[in-house]
Design a protein around this ligand. Sequence first.
Ligand code: SF4
Length: 143
Amino acid sequence: MTEEPKPQLIRERLDVCELDKARIVLLNPALIEQKKNERTIDENAKPVLEMMMREGVETVWDRYEMQQPSCKYCLAGISCARCAMGPCRIIPPTRIRGVCGADADLIVSRNLLDTIATGSAAHSDHGRDITATVTDPKEVRSS
Ligand code: SF4
């Protein structure tokens, strides 16, 4: 008599991507309840989040969790991918400059300015709308 092969759980299969594994984990009702409450305090949003988790729809929270742990160099602002010679990382005491000679202070400063400029540009329309609301409310209503 031959023995039946033991079924392999999908979370143990190497050919299943991380996203699918995450979706499988989310099928646990207790975990869905926990994540729903962690992800929002808005009672109207909770049923939507619960439905999305039950149906395996990927959200920003899932992608955030799958990106953990964050790269410690990126978090500290001491990685640079500004040009094709990089990406460069500052790893004291041996790697204290990027290929171009930029040190940690310069790389952090440039990264911070980039982040501020990108964020400001991405939300400049809100600032324009607020300015228009204060200075010329008729113009805002007609646009
Ligand atoms: S540190 Fe310099 S060489 Fe390295 S990626 Fe940034 S700009 Fe390029």
